[in-house]
Design a protein around this ligand. Structure first.
Ligand code: FES
Ligand SMILES: [Fe+2]
Length: 401
Protein backbone atom coordinates (compact mmCIF):
# COMPACT_ATOMS: atom_id res chain seq x y z
CA UNK A 1 0.00 0.00 0.00
CA UNK A 2 1.34 3.47 -0.84
CA UNK A 3 2.22 5.78 2.03
CA UNK A 4 -0.51 8.22 2.98
CA UNK A 5 -0.05 11.72 1.61
CA UNK A 6 1.08 13.69 4.70
CA UNK A 7 -0.75 16.75 3.40
CA UNK A 8 -4.09 15.03 3.21
CA UNK A 9 -3.88 12.21 5.75
CA UNK A 10 -6.20 12.84 8.68
CA UNK A 11 -4.29 14.20 11.66
CA UNK A 12 -4.85 13.32 15.31
CA UNK A 13 -7.77 15.30 16.68
CA UNK A 14 -10.27 14.49 13.98
CA UNK A 15 -11.73 11.12 13.05
CA UNK A 16 -13.77 10.96 9.86
CA UNK A 17 -16.95 8.88 9.80
CA UNK A 18 -15.97 5.34 8.81
CA UNK A 19 -17.08 3.51 5.68
CA UNK A 20 -18.35 0.73 7.92
CA UNK A 21 -20.86 3.09 9.46
CA UNK A 22 -22.07 4.01 5.98
CA UNK A 23 -22.03 0.55 4.40
CA UNK A 24 -25.82 0.42 4.42
CA UNK A 25 -25.83 3.03 1.64
CA UNK A 26 -23.94 0.69 -0.69
CA UNK A 27 -20.69 1.32 -2.54
CA UNK A 28 -21.60 0.72 -6.18
CA UNK A 29 -20.90 3.26 -8.92
CA UNK A 30 -23.93 5.40 -9.81
CA UNK A 31 -25.49 5.43 -13.30
CA UNK A 32 -24.56 8.74 -14.91
CA UNK A 33 -27.74 8.97 -16.98
CA UNK A 34 -29.75 9.85 -13.86
CA UNK A 35 -27.98 13.21 -13.99
CA UNK A 36 -28.88 14.26 -17.53
CA UNK A 37 -31.41 12.00 -19.23
CA UNK A 38 -34.73 13.84 -19.90
CA UNK A 39 -36.70 10.56 -19.66
CA UNK A 40 -35.25 9.92 -16.21
CA UNK A 41 -36.04 13.49 -15.17
CA UNK A 42 -39.64 12.95 -16.23
CA UNK A 43 -39.78 9.96 -13.86
CA UNK A 44 -38.28 12.07 -11.06
CA UNK A 45 -40.76 14.85 -11.72
CA UNK A 46 -43.66 12.47 -11.12
CA UNK A 47 -42.11 10.24 -8.44
CA UNK A 48 -40.26 12.89 -6.45
CA UNK A 49 -41.37 16.45 -7.13
CA UNK A 50 -45.10 15.92 -7.43
CA UNK A 51 -45.09 13.80 -4.25
CA UNK A 52 -42.63 15.52 -1.89
CA UNK A 53 -42.70 18.52 0.44
CA UNK A 54 -41.12 21.49 -1.31
CA UNK A 55 -40.07 24.59 0.60
CA UNK A 56 -41.47 27.72 -1.03
CA UNK A 57 -41.12 30.36 1.67
CA UNK A 58 -41.22 31.35 5.32
CA UNK A 59 -44.05 32.43 7.61
CA UNK A 60 -42.42 35.85 8.09
CA UNK A 61 -43.56 36.63 4.53
CA UNK A 62 -47.23 36.22 5.45
CA UNK A 63 -47.49 37.73 8.95
CA UNK A 64 -51.11 38.96 8.89
CA UNK A 65 -54.44 37.76 7.41
CA UNK A 66 -54.69 38.74 3.76
CA UNK A 67 -50.91 38.50 3.19
CA UNK A 68 -50.05 36.27 0.28
CA UNK A 69 -47.05 35.03 -1.67
CA UNK A 70 -47.12 33.78 -5.24
CA UNK A 71 -44.69 31.14 -6.51
CA UNK A 72 -44.10 29.63 -9.92
CA UNK A 73 -43.09 25.94 -9.76
CA UNK A 74 -42.01 24.83 -13.21
CA UNK A 75 -41.71 21.14 -12.31
CA UNK A 76 -45.47 21.11 -11.73
CA UNK A 77 -46.31 23.77 -14.37
CA UNK A 78 -48.02 25.41 -11.42
CA UNK A 79 -48.55 28.92 -10.17
CA UNK A 80 -49.32 28.81 -6.45
CA UNK A 81 -50.91 31.32 -4.15
CA UNK A 82 -50.15 30.93 -0.45
CA UNK A 83 -52.55 32.96 1.68
CA UNK A 84 -52.89 33.65 5.38
CA UNK A 85 -56.62 33.54 6.14
CA UNK A 86 -58.71 35.54 8.61
CA UNK A 87 -58.64 32.47 10.85
CA UNK A 88 -54.84 32.56 10.92
CA UNK A 89 -54.60 29.41 8.75
CA UNK A 90 -52.07 29.28 5.96
CA UNK A 91 -53.47 27.74 2.76
CA UNK A 92 -51.96 27.06 -0.65
CA UNK A 93 -54.09 27.29 -3.80
CA UNK A 94 -53.53 26.99 -7.48
CA UNK A 95 -53.41 30.57 -8.71
CA UNK A 96 -56.02 29.73 -11.33
CA UNK A 97 -59.53 31.13 -11.45
CA UNK A 98 -62.00 28.26 -11.49
CA UNK A 99 -64.04 29.95 -14.25
CA UNK A 100 -61.55 29.65 -17.10
CA UNK A 101 -58.18 29.46 -15.45
CA UNK A 102 -56.90 33.04 -15.44
CA UNK A 103 -54.18 33.83 -12.88
CA UNK A 104 -55.66 35.76 -9.96
CA UNK A 105 -52.36 37.28 -8.92
CA UNK A 106 -49.34 38.36 -10.93
CA UNK A 107 -47.20 40.03 -8.27
CA UNK A 108 -44.79 37.99 -6.12
CA UNK A 109 -46.38 39.02 -2.81
CA UNK A 110 -48.91 41.41 -1.35
CA UNK A 111 -52.00 41.87 0.79
CA UNK A 112 -55.63 41.46 -0.29
CA UNK A 113 -58.96 41.16 1.49
CA UNK A 114 -60.08 38.88 -1.35
CA UNK A 115 -58.94 37.79 -4.79
CA UNK A 116 -60.86 39.15 -7.78
CA UNK A 117 -60.20 37.66 -11.18
CA UNK A 118 -59.44 40.40 -13.70
CA UNK A 119 -61.22 38.57 -16.54
CA UNK A 120 -64.90 38.28 -15.50
CA UNK A 121 -64.67 39.38 -11.90
CA UNK A 122 -65.20 36.14 -10.02
CA UNK A 123 -64.11 36.89 -6.46
CA UNK A 124 -62.59 34.43 -4.00
CA UNK A 125 -62.09 34.70 -0.24
CA UNK A 126 -58.85 34.21 1.65
CA UNK A 127 -60.03 30.64 2.30
CA UNK A 128 -60.47 29.97 -1.43
CA UNK A 129 -64.30 30.06 -1.41
CA UNK A 130 -66.02 31.62 -4.42
CA UNK A 131 -67.74 34.63 -2.85
CA UNK A 132 -69.34 36.22 -5.89
CA UNK A 133 -69.54 35.80 -9.64
CA UNK A 134 -71.47 38.12 -11.97
CA UNK A 135 -74.55 36.58 -13.64
CA UNK A 136 -73.78 33.28 -11.95
CA UNK A 137 -77.31 31.97 -12.65
CA UNK A 138 -76.19 31.26 -16.22
CA UNK A 139 -73.71 28.61 -15.04
CA UNK A 140 -74.75 25.02 -14.41
CA UNK A 141 -72.62 24.67 -11.30
CA UNK A 142 -72.56 25.76 -7.66
CA UNK A 143 -70.28 28.19 -5.92
CA UNK A 144 -69.14 25.37 -3.64
CA UNK A 145 -67.88 23.46 -6.66
CA UNK A 146 -65.95 26.50 -7.83
CA UNK A 147 -63.71 27.05 -4.80
CA UNK A 148 -60.02 27.50 -5.61
CA UNK A 149 -58.12 24.24 -5.97
CA UNK A 150 -56.11 23.62 -2.86
CA UNK A 151 -52.61 22.16 -2.49
CA UNK A 152 -51.34 20.76 0.80
CA UNK A 153 -49.34 23.16 2.90
CA UNK A 154 -47.37 22.59 6.10
CA UNK A 155 -45.11 24.73 8.26
CA UNK A 156 -42.04 23.25 9.97
CA UNK A 157 -39.59 25.51 11.83
CA UNK A 158 -41.20 28.59 10.31
CA UNK A 159 -40.63 27.26 6.80
CA UNK A 160 -43.57 26.81 4.42
CA UNK A 161 -43.71 23.57 2.44
CA UNK A 162 -46.23 22.51 -0.20
CA UNK A 163 -47.01 19.06 -1.57
CA UNK A 164 -49.01 18.29 -4.72
CA UNK A 165 -49.83 14.78 -3.52
CA UNK A 166 -53.06 14.69 -1.49
CA UNK A 167 -52.02 11.32 -0.03
CA UNK A 168 -48.47 12.19 1.02
CA UNK A 169 -47.47 11.59 4.65
CA UNK A 170 -47.31 14.80 6.69
CA UNK A 171 -43.81 16.27 6.82
CA UNK A 172 -43.31 16.77 10.54
CA UNK A 173 -43.81 13.11 11.55
CA UNK A 174 -41.34 12.12 8.80
CA UNK A 175 -38.70 14.28 10.46
CA UNK A 176 -39.14 13.30 14.11
CA UNK A 177 -36.39 14.72 16.36
CA UNK A 178 -34.87 16.43 13.36
CA UNK A 179 -37.88 18.80 13.25
CA UNK A 180 -37.55 19.54 16.98
CA UNK A 181 -33.93 20.55 16.41
CA UNK A 182 -34.91 22.71 13.44
CA UNK A 183 -37.40 24.51 15.69
CA UNK A 184 -34.56 25.77 17.88
CA UNK A 185 -32.41 27.45 15.20
CA UNK A 186 -32.63 31.12 14.16
CA UNK A 187 -34.38 30.42 10.84
CA UNK A 188 -37.39 29.12 12.78
CA UNK A 189 -38.00 32.47 14.47
CA UNK A 190 -36.83 34.74 11.66
CA UNK A 191 -38.74 37.92 10.99
CA UNK A 192 -36.90 38.98 7.83
CA UNK A 193 -34.43 37.74 5.26
CA UNK A 194 -32.24 38.71 2.32
CA UNK A 195 -32.20 36.45 -0.71
CA UNK A 196 -30.76 35.93 -4.11
CA UNK A 197 -31.75 33.54 -6.84
CA UNK A 198 -29.69 31.98 -9.61
CA UNK A 199 -30.13 29.70 -12.59
CA UNK A 200 -27.53 27.14 -13.60
CA UNK A 201 -27.13 24.83 -16.58
CA UNK A 202 -27.05 21.71 -14.45
CA UNK A 203 -29.29 18.93 -13.23
CA UNK A 204 -30.86 19.63 -9.82
CA UNK A 205 -28.97 16.75 -8.16
CA UNK A 206 -25.60 18.00 -9.40
CA UNK A 207 -26.37 21.45 -8.00
CA UNK A 208 -27.68 20.11 -4.70
CA UNK A 209 -24.86 17.56 -4.27
CA UNK A 210 -22.32 20.37 -4.47
CA UNK A 211 -23.70 21.67 -1.19
CA UNK A 212 -23.80 18.36 0.63
CA UNK A 213 -20.18 17.28 0.30
CA UNK A 214 -17.03 18.95 1.63
CA UNK A 215 -14.57 16.99 -0.52
CA UNK A 216 -14.25 20.01 -2.84
CA UNK A 217 -13.74 22.70 -0.18
CA UNK A 218 -9.97 22.84 -0.15
CA UNK A 219 -9.72 22.94 -3.95
CA UNK A 220 -12.56 25.30 -4.84
CA UNK A 221 -12.74 27.53 -1.78
CA UNK A 222 -9.17 28.01 -0.52
CA UNK A 223 -9.70 31.80 -0.45
CA UNK A 224 -13.12 32.00 1.14
CA UNK A 225 -13.19 28.69 2.98
CA UNK A 226 -13.99 30.44 6.24
CA UNK A 227 -12.67 27.83 8.59
CA UNK A 228 -14.07 24.80 6.79
CA UNK A 229 -10.71 23.01 6.66
CA UNK A 230 -7.62 22.82 8.86
CA UNK A 231 -4.54 20.71 9.61
CA UNK A 232 -6.55 18.23 11.68
CA UNK A 233 -9.14 17.87 8.95
CA UNK A 234 -7.66 18.89 5.59
CA UNK A 235 -10.84 18.19 3.61
CA UNK A 236 -13.17 19.70 6.20
CA UNK A 237 -15.22 16.51 6.49
CA UNK A 238 -18.14 16.56 8.92
CA UNK A 239 -17.92 14.93 12.33
CA UNK A 240 -21.05 12.83 11.76
CA UNK A 241 -23.81 12.01 9.28
CA UNK A 242 -27.41 11.36 10.21
CA UNK A 243 -30.24 9.83 8.21
CA UNK A 244 -33.94 10.32 8.91
CA UNK A 245 -35.75 8.27 6.28
CA UNK A 246 -35.62 10.35 3.10
CA UNK A 247 -33.94 13.22 4.92
CA UNK A 248 -30.37 13.65 6.12
CA UNK A 249 -28.00 15.74 8.16
CA UNK A 250 -24.36 16.29 8.93
CA UNK A 251 -22.54 17.96 11.78
CA UNK A 252 -20.21 20.59 10.40
CA UNK A 253 -16.62 20.66 11.57
CA UNK A 254 -15.09 24.07 12.12
CA UNK A 255 -11.45 25.03 12.52
CA UNK A 256 -11.26 26.91 15.82
CA UNK A 257 -7.95 28.49 14.77
CA UNK A 258 -9.49 30.33 11.81
CA UNK A 259 -8.53 33.96 11.52
CA UNK A 260 -10.83 36.21 9.49
CA UNK A 261 -9.15 37.15 6.25
CA UNK A 262 -10.13 38.80 3.03
CA UNK A 263 -12.10 41.96 2.28
CA UNK A 264 -13.38 44.53 4.72
CA UNK A 265 -16.82 42.86 4.75
CA UNK A 266 -15.39 40.09 6.90
CA UNK A 267 -14.71 42.65 9.62
CA UNK A 268 -18.33 43.74 9.42
CA UNK A 269 -19.48 40.17 9.56
CA UNK A 270 -17.41 39.51 12.67
CA UNK A 271 -18.94 42.63 14.21
CA UNK A 272 -22.36 41.08 13.58
CA UNK A 273 -21.19 37.91 15.28
CA UNK A 274 -20.33 39.94 18.33
CA UNK A 275 -23.70 41.68 18.20
CA UNK A 276 -25.53 38.36 17.87
CA UNK A 277 -23.54 36.88 20.73
CA UNK A 278 -24.57 39.88 22.85
CA UNK A 279 -28.22 39.01 22.16
CA UNK A 280 -27.65 35.41 23.22
CA UNK A 281 -28.35 34.22 19.69
CA UNK A 282 -25.10 32.27 19.39
CA UNK A 283 -26.27 30.14 22.24
CA UNK A 284 -27.88 27.34 20.26
CA UNK A 285 -27.37 23.61 20.79
CA UNK A 286 -27.68 22.83 17.08
CA UNK A 287 -25.40 25.50 15.61
CA UNK A 288 -23.21 22.96 13.82
CA UNK A 289 -26.05 21.04 12.20
CA UNK A 290 -26.86 20.88 8.52
CA UNK A 291 -30.51 19.97 7.95
CA UNK A 292 -31.15 18.42 4.54
CA UNK A 293 -34.81 17.80 3.70
CA UNK A 294 -35.55 15.61 0.72
CA UNK A 295 -35.60 16.49 -2.09
CA UNK A 296 -34.18 19.99 -2.41
CA UNK A 297 -33.95 21.97 0.83
CA UNK A 298 -31.13 22.48 3.26
CA UNK A 299 -30.22 24.95 5.96
CA UNK A 300 -27.62 25.41 8.66
CA UNK A 301 -28.35 25.94 12.33
CA UNK A 302 -25.53 28.41 12.90
CA UNK A 303 -26.69 31.95 13.74
CA UNK A 304 -23.85 33.33 11.62
CA UNK A 305 -24.71 31.19 8.63
CA UNK A 306 -28.44 31.23 9.13
CA UNK A 307 -29.17 30.47 5.54
CA UNK A 308 -31.43 28.17 3.61
CA UNK A 309 -30.88 26.96 0.08
CA UNK A 310 -33.54 25.41 -2.12
CA UNK A 311 -33.16 24.19 -5.68
CA UNK A 312 -36.03 23.88 -8.15
CA UNK A 313 -35.57 21.82 -11.32
CA UNK A 314 -36.50 23.61 -14.54
CA UNK A 315 -35.72 20.64 -16.77
CA UNK A 316 -33.24 17.75 -16.82
CA UNK A 317 -30.26 20.08 -17.21
CA UNK A 318 -31.37 23.38 -15.74
CA UNK A 319 -31.99 24.45 -12.15
CA UNK A 320 -33.06 27.55 -10.25
CA UNK A 321 -31.75 28.05 -6.73
CA UNK A 322 -32.86 30.38 -3.98
CA UNK A 323 -30.47 31.27 -1.18
CA UNK A 324 -31.76 33.18 1.82
CA UNK A 325 -30.14 34.54 4.94
CA UNK A 326 -32.72 34.82 7.69
CA UNK A 327 -32.61 37.38 10.48
CA UNK A 328 -34.36 37.71 13.82
CA UNK A 329 -35.59 41.26 14.36
CA UNK A 330 -34.54 44.41 12.56
CA UNK A 331 -30.88 45.38 12.45
CA UNK A 332 -30.32 47.64 15.44
CA UNK A 333 -27.57 49.76 14.03
CA UNK A 334 -25.60 50.47 10.88
CA UNK A 335 -22.91 47.90 11.76
CA UNK A 336 -25.44 45.12 12.07
CA UNK A 337 -27.23 46.17 8.88
CA UNK A 338 -23.93 46.27 7.01
CA UNK A 339 -22.91 42.93 8.42
CA UNK A 340 -26.17 41.31 7.31
CA UNK A 341 -25.66 42.49 3.76
CA UNK A 342 -22.00 41.46 3.93
CA UNK A 343 -23.12 37.99 5.04
CA UNK A 344 -25.22 37.59 1.91
CA UNK A 345 -22.43 38.99 -0.25
CA UNK A 346 -19.98 36.49 1.21
CA UNK A 347 -22.45 33.69 0.57
CA UNK A 348 -22.76 34.83 -3.04
CA UNK A 349 -18.96 35.01 -3.40
CA UNK A 350 -18.58 31.52 -2.02
CA UNK A 351 -21.26 30.20 -4.32
CA UNK A 352 -19.76 31.96 -7.34
CA UNK A 353 -16.67 29.82 -6.83
CA UNK A 354 -18.80 26.68 -7.31
CA UNK A 355 -20.65 27.66 -10.47
CA UNK A 356 -18.05 26.68 -13.09
CA UNK A 357 -17.39 23.21 -11.68
CA UNK A 358 -21.12 22.53 -11.36
CA UNK A 359 -21.86 23.53 -14.96
CA UNK A 360 -18.71 21.85 -16.31
CA UNK A 361 -19.73 18.67 -14.50
CA UNK A 362 -23.03 18.80 -16.33
CA UNK A 363 -21.31 19.34 -19.67
CA UNK A 364 -19.18 16.24 -19.10
CA UNK A 365 -22.08 14.08 -18.03
CA UNK A 366 -24.47 15.27 -20.74
CA UNK A 367 -21.96 14.18 -23.37
CA UNK A 368 -22.88 10.62 -22.50
CA UNK A 369 -19.18 9.74 -22.25
CA UNK A 370 -19.52 8.24 -18.77
CA UNK A 371 -21.54 5.23 -17.85
CA UNK A 372 -21.08 5.79 -14.14
CA UNK A 373 -20.06 8.37 -11.58
CA UNK A 374 -18.47 7.59 -8.22
CA UNK A 375 -19.16 8.69 -4.66
CA UNK A 376 -16.54 8.13 -1.98
CA UNK A 377 -17.28 7.48 1.71
CA UNK A 378 -17.42 11.18 2.55
CA UNK A 379 -19.89 11.86 -0.25
CA UNK A 380 -22.40 9.81 1.71
CA UNK A 381 -25.15 12.41 1.56
CA UNK A 382 -24.96 12.51 -2.25
CA UNK A 383 -25.31 8.73 -2.32
CA UNK A 384 -28.24 8.87 0.08
CA UNK A 385 -29.99 11.41 -2.16
CA UNK A 386 -29.48 9.18 -5.20
CA UNK A 387 -30.69 6.10 -3.29
CA UNK A 388 -33.79 7.95 -2.14
CA UNK A 389 -34.59 9.14 -5.66
CA UNK A 390 -34.19 5.58 -6.96
CA UNK A 391 -36.56 4.27 -4.26
CA UNK A 392 -39.21 6.84 -5.24
CA UNK A 393 -38.92 6.13 -8.96
CA UNK A 394 -39.06 2.35 -8.39
CA UNK A 395 -42.15 2.78 -6.19
CA UNK A 396 -43.89 4.77 -8.92
CA UNK A 397 -42.97 2.18 -11.54
CA UNK A 398 -44.26 -0.63 -9.29
CA UNK A 399 -47.60 1.18 -8.86
CA UNK A 400 -47.96 1.52 -12.63
CA UNK A 401 -47.63 -2.24 -13.19
S1 FES B 1 -61.52 33.49 -15.98
FE1 FES B 1 -61.73 34.31 -14.01
S2 FES B 1 -63.66 35.18 -14.01
FE2 FES B 1 -63.49 34.37 -15.97
FE1 LIG C 1 -18.66 24.82 -2.72
Amino acid sequence: MADADPQTAPQPGFTPVSQEELDFLGTDPIPASAYYDPDWYELERKAVFLRSWINIGHVCEVPTPGNFIHRQLEFASASLLIVKGKDGELRAFHNACTHRGTRLVREAAGHRANFRCPYHSWTFGQDGALLSAPDFEGFNTTKEQCALKQVRCEVVAGLIFVNFDPDADALRPQLGDFADEMDTVPVARATEFSEYTYELNANWKIVYDNFQENYHLRFIHPRSGLGGTGPDNPFGYPTRYRFFGDHRGQTIWYNPETQPRGPVQIGGFMAAATALAGKGLMDTPHGREYFGLFPTFFMLGNPLQNFSHVVYPLDAGRTRGVIRMYWVGEAENATELFARQAGLTMMRDLHAEDIDVIEDGQTGLSSGALEHIHFQTQEALCRHLYNTVIDKVRALQAEAQ
